[in-house]
Design a protein around this ligand. Structure first.
Ligand code: BGO
Length: 269
């Protein structure tokens, strides 16, 4: 049995897509210990693939129940594939979660939803280029109109249980060197495929992770010094350094694969 997790921002069309993928037969309950609804169901016509709907989140921080449930499921259960439902009408904000999903190094497919809405605007998204730049398969769909959902289903079947082929988004060199030094302190304690995720979480001073992972005093002090040095260099707090790095990366990608109608409008005045 393979598990496919459906992740995405609230209101991006995750429920509409979940219904399309699973049809009428759905298992509904609550996530353990909280009153957040959990829904799962078999991929229609495929009894060997179960789709787990994850709560809608903007981020994988430890601040809300939805974020905690989502990241715990991804990092501990390690689904065979994550389908990231990205709202194409709000690409920049949605890609912020995409980058965090990539930090988990789980196999990923982006389903770029609401392309029917984007078609009616002056914005054009080069989907092939977006896919190339991310290193992740991207399928433009309309969950509402059932456009390309069959192609997405094929991608789900093809990519479930494969190795993630994309590279981690590479941030500012000074940040990367801090993350590498933190990873060295975590090596042997954290499995190598999870080092990037944990290094970023330690760097962000993520309380849940600092409490969960038991490190000796020397390593803790070493990591604190690495973070402190980075904060001095960037003149910013460590969590803001990461947020800014993600948004800089997104701006670069969007700049390369999105064309606005106004880009071609010449002013005659
Ligand atoms: C309402 N295209 C378009 N045009 N709309 C879509 C698409 C798409 O591809 N996919 C979803 N929607 P959810 P989350 C609504 O409910 O699946 C629409 O939070 C309305 N409701 O129909 O719920 C979808 O699970 C009244 O819209 O998202 C829904 O991720 C007026 O996006 C909304 C207009 O989808 C959110 C829309 C009473």
């Amino acid at each position: 049995m393979k598990t496919v997790a459906l992740a995405g921002n609230p209101n991006g069309g995750k429920t509409t897509l979940f219904n399309r993928l699973t049809g009428a037969h759905q298992m509904v309950g609550n996530w353990p210990g909280v009153t957040v609804e959990s829904k799962s169901g078999y991929l229609q016509g495929e009894n060997s693939i179960i789709i787990q709907d994850l709560p809608g989140t903007y981020s994988l921080s430890p601040y809300t129940s939805e974020e905690l449930i989502t990241r715990k499921f991804l990092v501990e259960k390690k689904p065979d594939l994550v389908v990231d439902v990205v709202d194409a009408t709000n690409l920049e904000r949605n890609l912020y979660l995409t980058l965090q999903l990539m930090e988990t190094k789980l196999p990923l497919v982006v389903s770029l939803n609401m392309v029917d809405v984007v078609k009616n605007t002056g914005r054009r998204i080069n989907i092939d280029k977006l896919s190339y730049l991310l290193g992740v398969p991207v399928i433009g769909i309309s969950a509402l109109k059932n456009t390309n959902v069959a192609q997405l289903k094929e991608k789900i079947m093809k990519n479930s249980g494969t190795e993630a082929k994309y590279h981690f988004p590479e941030y500012d060199k000074r940040l990367e060197s801090a993350l590498m030094m933190i990873s060295k302190n975590l090596a042997g304690i954290i499995p190598s495929q999870d080092l990037r995720w944990y290094a970023i979480k330690f760097f962000e001073r993520d309380e849940e992770i600092w409490q969960k992972v038991h490190l000796d005093a020397t390593r803790k002090e070493d990591i604190e010094n690495i973070i402190g040095t980075a904060e001095k260099i960037f003149e910013d707090s460590s969590d803001s350094i990461i947020v800014n790095a993600r948004y800089e990366y997104i701006a670069k990608i969007v700049g390369m694969c999105v064309v606005e109608k106004d880009d071609f409008t010449m002013s005659l005045s």
